[in-house]
Design a protein around this ligand. Structure first.
Ligand code: DC
Length: 224
């Protein structure tokens, strides 16, 4: 762990935490870690290499040596640009299955901590504040109602040219929430001291400004 400032934003699937985290990172000129992308890349890698999603040592071995690269908004797995592929529902569901495996989480732990570089980091995921960056300067738990999240995911998928059905999305989100919240290792829950941010009735800009304001308050308190 370093002394670089860290902000964690945890929350359920499609809560908008990725968008909020990226915009807040831009505003602060911080690095950004999309930890969900690492689970999605691991799942894609397993599917491509025909490793069963419940083969814990097999999937963990892939996670330990993920040949991935982040270049701005683009994500690469080996020579393949997988930016859109990893956002499909199929990969999201596969990611939530491999994310229950403790050896896989362990394999990705150091990889995630290595993103913490000067001048600072905003990390989003499920266990950023509880497990990976427990000493973060600011921890946010960002939620929205399941219907608001399904609606956002629906619009996102359609805008990318994927087909989508709102009832199926609600069902998938509820199943994924259930898996994320009830797994034994690093379940999704607010970190102690986390600021609870419900964005159901908020725009992205409003949510970003709450995060920046909370961070400014922490920095001000620290420098007193
Ligand atoms: O945030 P996302 O939808 O891209 O995450 C994909 C899956 O990865 C999600 O079902 C849970 C898992 N995940 C996790 O277990 N821990 C994290 N820190 C990030 C994601």
């Amino acid at each position: 762990m370093t002394n670089n400032p860290v902000i964690t934003i945890d929350g359920p699937t499609a809560s908008g935490k990725g968008t909020v985290a990226q915009l807040a990172a831009q505003a602060l000129n911080f690095h950004y870690l999309d930890s969900g992308a690492l689970y999605r890349l691991t799942a894609l890698s397993a599917l491509r290499k025909k490793v069963a999603l419940d083969d814990e040592p097999g999937v963990a071995a892939l996670a330990m040596q993920l040949p991935c690269r982040f270049a701005g908004q683009q994500i690469w797995l080996g020579d393949d640009n997988v930016t859109d592929t990893i956002r499909t529902e199929e990969i999201g569901i596969a990611a939530s299955k491999i994310a229950v495996l403790p050896q896989v989480r362990k394999a990705l732990f150091q990889f995630q901590q290595d993103f913490c570089k000067p001048p600072g980091l905003i990390a989003d995921g499920r266990d950023m504040g509880t497990v990976v960056f427990p000493k973060a300067d600011l921890k946010i738990f960002l939620t929205a109602s399941v219907f608001a999240r399904a609606d956002r995911r629906f619009k996102q998928l359609i805008s990318k040219g994927f087909s989508a059905n709102i009832e199926d999305l609600v069902q998938d989100l509820m199943e994924r929430d259930e898996r994320d919240q009830n797994r034994i290792t690093a379940p999704l829950k607010p970190a102690p001291g986390a600021y609870l941010l419900d964005t159901t009735e908020m725009t992205v800009e409003q949510a970003v400004s709450v995060v920046l304001q909370q961070y400014a308050e922490k920095v001000a308190k620290r420098s007193i």
